[in-house]
Design a protein around this ligand. Sequence first.
Ligand code: ATP
Ligand code: MG
Length: 170
Amino acid sequence: QPVAVDRIVAEVIDRTRTPASAKEIEVLFRGERELTVYGSEGQLVTAVTNLVENAIAYSPERTRVTVKTRAAGGGVEISVVDQGIGIEPRDLDRIFERFYRADRARSRATGGTGLGLAIVKHIATNHAGRVDVSSTVGVGSTFTLRLPGRPPEASLPLPQSVEINPNSVV
Ligand code: ATP
Ligand code: MG
């Protein structure tokens, strides 16, 4: 089903208000309006929330996190840009694995479990999309969720349960 990207971002900003204000981090929305993606609003909110929570967790106080949305390649890109600690090149391939956390010392201070990005990747795949990262240590990271801008093909598994008309079932 169609989901307004604006709604997803508004919900994510609402959900991340507490950790953001605790670090005096401003979460901004810069994007094209009236974009639509297809799938589960709840799952997509979870995915983008995980990205914004990471952006906040792995950034110094009083920095800025920007959620950018745009139409690209017939689909929609939702990017979360931070001014945080960044990720070493050798960790970039592994951070989407379950329980993988870069630099134990840093990670211990923020106390996560290492599941957030595995869930984001799972949700992206569920929506026939993908998630990519680019990062520079000491400068910041950008995580981009790329989603198709049209309904999934009938042959693809739907991300949510399908409503079945009981009258059509024998
Ligand atoms: P949680 O399960 O609570 O989300 P987590 O944040 O450690 O725990 P992931 O969200 O999967 O787990 O992230 C995996 C690792 O990737 C993090 O431990 C951190 O080292 C690195 N990471 C993720 N996002 C960022 C970011 N925006 N900036 C820098 N490092 C990041
Ligand atoms: Mg996380």
